[in-house]
Design a protein around this ligand. Sequence first.
Ligand code: FAD
Length: 292
Amino acid sequence: MRVTERLKAGGRVFSFEFYPPKTAEDTAKLFNTALELKALSPDFVSVTNSSSGVTPYRTVALCGVLKVQFGLEVVAHLTCLAHTREEIAEICGGLKKMDIANILALRGDAHNVESGARRRDYDHASQLTADLKKTGGFTVGGACYPEKHPEAPSLEADIAHLKEKVSAGAEYLITQLFFDNAFYFKFVEKAAAAGINVPILPGLMPLTGYKQMQNFTQMMKVSVPDALRKGLERWDGDKDGLYKFSVDYASAQARELLEGGAPGLHLYTLNRSKAAIAILKNVKGEPAQRPA
Ligand code: FAD
């Protein structure tokens, strides 16, 4: 079933994001994670794609394994800055062979793409989205940023470009991670006022430490509420205390989002299952225990 059919079917959509591992050991760990998370019946899982353009088939292959061997519904991330139109068509052919019908169309992080690797067929995700819709056979989603994309001069300008992406064919959106729900709710309101009426799935990630918070906030320019910052400081160095604090924080965030009308949750897992399982179980009101 395609992602949009799941969204239209009503109910909440729950999904997990993975990245393609680089070693055999990490691959085995990811397969274990996928198996554990499959027990929660996610609506889909998504697989990221390096914006460097060097290894697109790692994503394609992992999508195929998750779909065929694990029986999961899969969304393939596809970045375009470092690809020509012909390369994109070839990657799409590979995805079709794997029976993958869902693509998250992305521009890719410009800082990962050396200037020589930039192909110039695409400057923005909306152009890729339009091409994918022309190709046909794919349900296309896109990324969005409740606190605005770091390069955008203002949230209003970013939303105006987001509208172009939706007009080009993005049928749903997944947000950048955020830690303050007020940004999500305001963003959804502003997007609707700008005529963006597709579902906007909030992306959440439990933090595993103070250092990680600093890295993310610097890289993604997202805000950290005082309560989160203080909690991470308080539990710094205490692995169990930190884990519990992070899971509780993300669970409370998730509950508030769903109660406020979010169409579901997209969990950034970093290929690990423990926190994702605990959060979903907390949200669904089940005891938070890891499967045996
Ligand atoms: P775009 O929609 O093209 O927007 C990028 C910037 O350009 C924005 O500031 C926008 O306002 C502006 N813009 C758009 N159109 C125009 C226009 N016509 N004229 C002028 N400005 C314009 N990165 C990866 O490398 N691999 C991944 O797998 C990956 N997955 C992601 C998943 C999610 C859910 C999210 C939120 C992000 C992901 N990213 C990934 C990061 C993403 O690639 C970067 O944030 C990137 O910088 C922007 O990608 P985009 O698709 O949002 O770009």
